[in-house]
Design a protein around this ligand. Structure first.
Ligand code: NIG
Ligand code: FE
Length: 415
């Protein structure tokens, strides 16, 4: 296999010490201003200042990075990009002041996406999802988590997970699949959500497990959706089957989802707009990653999650797009980083660690991606700027020149 050298790169990478970066450490990056990376079989075999690494290797192919910044590919640890139809009219309703949860309670929102998935052929669901996966890639995402959750019955949840699996097999992206059977209460179970929870636990989870097409399990705990008790039931059952668990927690109301995440040692708790201080402290003690989704707060016009409080309390903060047709129609981790820096007060370094290393930990893939280290995959992006701060600074515009996955150029934007 050919050995490649990427030279003349201004390399910035998080420092992986074997656990997510928390507290002051989230603000630390390693920088090699005259950096180089040697790649063999898609894996980094050397990284550092170019003078230190070039000699011992017989290089087949040299790529000149022309002094641009080189950072790890973004890891987006929370998306719902497997959907069949957009919901533009609902966006207009929200602009007129109708609350997000009210639209859901009227049978729209997530439930209208459920209807669209049920009607869609597997092929059209795949084509639509693929479009969003490739869009994410062009904005620098090289690893992505994708949830089911617009099926809400065994047949359609499995259909979604097969589509997610096909995205994994037909794109250069690494894909982590999450089963989110408990995403909303189907209309037929409106008055008896416990009966639906029983189906999730007794029928859907074992079916997903037997097909081995999801590694994580998630639930939407929210007022009018699923309670903490129902969350505990689903996630404990998932843990028994070997799934890693995570929670849509305290997105609109402080129900105690963050505390449940701590109790269950979840891999992450996501959203947390309304999480209380004491529950954030519980997350810190249980080492649960806080996955924050600022483009959702932006789109719902809500107060942002308190990233700085979480960092101060030693909770590792990850960033994600939450890309979905309702609360956050956004594939761009660059936009998310911009919001994190300008509206949540994170430093550019904290945001970069949140969008790469900590997000890799939030979906259990930090052994392979999330930082630029010997033995990890050569997943990185070139940024047209002196430092990663350019991503937040150059608002609303992609700063990416090129995206590399396992050392291969998968997207090329400009020289
Ligand atoms: O993370 N809150 C629940 N689920 C998604 C939204 C899904 C949708 O509106 O389609 C979220 O915000
Ligand atoms: Fe979500």
């Amino acid at each position: 296999m050919a050995i490649k050298l990427f030279k003349n790169a201004n390399i910035y990478t998080p420092i992986d010490k074997g656990s997510p970066s928390a507290g002051k450490e989230q603000n630390l990056l390693k920088n090699f201003p005259k950096g180089g990376i040697v790649v063999k079989d898609g894996v980094i075999t050397a990284i550092g200042n170019i003078d230190d690494i070039e000699k011992p290797y017989r290089i087949d192919n040299t790529i000149d990075c022309k002094g641009q910044s080189l950072i790890p590919g973004f890891v987006d640890p929370h998306t719902h990009i497997c959907f069949a139809k957009l919901r533009e009219s609902e966006f207009e309703m929200r602009l007129k002041g109708v609350p997000y949860l009210e639209i859901l309670n009227q049978g729209g929102g997530i439930l209208s996406s459920v209807e669209a998935v049920a009607k869609a052929s597997e092929e059209s669901l795949y084509q639509n999802s693929l479009k969003h996966a490739l869009s994410a890639m062009k904005f620098g995402t090289t690893t992505i988590e994708i949830k089911s959750g617009y099926g809400l019955d065994t047949e359609n949840e499995l259909k979604m997970l097969r589509v997610i699996d096909r995205i994994a097999k037909t794109t250069p992206l690494d894909v982590v699949a999450t089963f989110l059977g408990a995403h909303a209460i189907p209309l037929a179970y409106k008055d008896n959500p416990d009966a639906f929870i029983a189906i999730v636990v007794d029928e859907m989870l074992p079916a997903v497990k037997s097909q081995n097409i999801a590694s994580h399990c998630d639930i939407f705990c929210e007022k009018g959706v699923f309670s903490i008790e129902q969350g505990r039931k689903v996630l404990e059952a998932a843990k028994r089957l070997g799934f890693k668990v995570k929670i849509h927690a305290d997105e609109v109301n402080d129900l105690g989802g963050a505390a449940l995440a701590a109790e269950l040692c979840a891999i992450s708790a996501d959203h947390l707009l309304a999480a209380s201080d004491s529950n954030i402290e519980k997350m810190a003690r249980a080492k649960v990653v806080a996955t924050l989704l600022p483009s959702t707060a932006y789109s719902l016009r809500k107060s942002y999650a308190r990233a700085k409080v979480m960092i101060e309390k030693n909770v590792p903060v990850a960033l994600a797009t939450d890309c979905n047709p309702g609360s956050s129609y956004c594939e761009s981790m660059q936009f998310v980083i911009g919001l994190a820096v300008l509206n949540m007060g994170m430093t550019p370094a904290e945001a970069l660690v949140g969008a790469t290393l900590n997000s890799a930990y939030a979906i259990g893939v930090a052994d392979r991606v999330g930082s630029l280290d010997v033995g990890k995959q050569a997943d990185f992006i070139l940024i047209d700027g002196e430092s990663p701060a350019m991503v937040a600074y150059h608002a609303g515009v992609s700063s990416i020149s090129a995206v590399f996955k396992r050392g291969e150029n998968i997207f090329f934007n400009k020289v």
